[in-house]
Design a protein around this ligand. Structure first.
Ligand code: ADP
Length: 325
């Protein structure tokens, strides 16, 4: 009987539970033993594992977070930590591991695969910042949460003829900002991928829009832009208010975007990707990541996946600004 493990690592994302559920149920369906490894790679080093059965993953498909807990594990980046993890895997009789996380977690999965423990990575992060995959588990839910929050802000912004500057998640990637901005009709969308100019991208856009009779404004800003160009979102809001004379408030959505019940898209993809990963391990195939490319679930080499780069679609970015006036 094959034994596989499953762990969640790095930042949590809605849909991780649906993924764990699929991995566990697929493994059991194939006659495997499945161990839930807790707190990311920490559990792999310390041996914090629990045997999963069909009912261990009941009642979680609709829940955010991860029942396996997640963590960052600096020790796992060191050779000594890796060796410890390998020993734990051997002691537990693990024939393979499904790792749900981002690029950092994939690097760990690659290192462990090279030590002889086949690992398969699944893209789980709200930011959609995994180059090898068009889509990541949790992204759709996070965008929908951000959209709902900005819709609420819009009500109050509109009633008071104000400007709202909203910071959404995305330290290096503007996918949440771009899509939320389009969905909410933001006057301006600032993403880390495109350098911004205060006059051109904020001041002029607001002034031109105001000439057409609009009195309220939403500016969506990705976290990464604030980190790079401004000490804080509050200062950006102050600058807008000072230069435009329009009352401006700043809102940081923060970790609300990481939680909540996953959307249909995230639950379905999580379920299919989890199943795919176990199929690979069942065939003894490791050192792969399961990704979405052109709406198909496929697998690629982890090393290759980590070399890839992706950026936001500039056409989408242009359209967003063209029609939000
Ligand atoms: P994410 O998986 O969301 O990108 P991190 O970058 O924090 O999140 O990575 C999660 C964990 O993966 C780290 O805490 C560490 O244990 C492991 N990891 C990250 N980078 C490496 C690396 N270069 N080599 C081995 N393990 C790594």
């Amino acid at each position: 009987v094959k034994t596989i493990g499953v762990l969640t690592s790095g930042g949590d994302a809605p849909g991780m539970n649906a993924t764990v559920r699929s991995v566990v149920r697929t493994g059991l369906h194939m006659g495997m033993r499945v161990l839930g490894i807790r707190h990311g790679y920490n559990g792999l080093i310390s041996g914090d594992m629990v045997e999963m059965n069909l009912r261990s993953v009941s009642d979680i498909i609709h829940r955010g977070g991860t029942i396996l807990y997640t963590a960052r594990c600096p020790e796992f980046r060191e050779q000594a930590g890796l060796e410890k993890a390998k020993k734990t895997c051997q002691a537990a009789g693990l024939d393979g591991i499904v790792v749900i996380g981002g690029d950092g977690s994939f690097r760990g999965a690659r290192d462990l695969s090279l030590l002889g423990i086949p690992c398969v990575g699944l893209p789980g992060t709200i930011d959609n910042d995994i180059a090898s995959s068009d889509y990541t588990i949790g992204f759709d839910t996070a965008m929908n949460t951000a959209m709902q929050m900005v819709d609420r802000l819009r009500d109050t912004t509109q009633s008071h003829d104000r400007c709202s500057v909203v910071e959404v998640m995305g330290r290096h990637a503007g996918y949440i900002a771009l899509n939320t901005g389009i969905a909410c009709g933001a006057t301006s969308i600032l993403v880390p991928e495109v350098p911004f100019d205060f006059k051109r991208d904020i001041y002029d856009r607001m002034m031109n829009t105001r000439k057409t009779g609009k009195q309220h404004f939403i500016i969506v800003v990705a976290e990464g832009v604030v980190a790079e160009n401004n000490p804080s979102i509050d200062e950006l809001a102050k600058r807008i208010q000072t230069e435009t004379g329009i009352e401006t408030r700043a809102t940081v959505l923060g970790h609300v975007q990481r939680g909540g019940s996953p959307t249909v898209e995230d639950r379905v993809n999580a379920s299919l990707m989890g199943n795919y990963a176990v199929e690979l391990l069942n065939r003894g195939i490791g050192n792969r990541v399961v990704v979405m490319r052109d709406n198909k679930i496929v697998d690629i080499d982890i090393y290759e996946a980590l070399q890839m780069k992706k950026t936001i679609d500039m056409h989408t970015y242009e359209v967003a600004h063209q029609i939000s006036i």
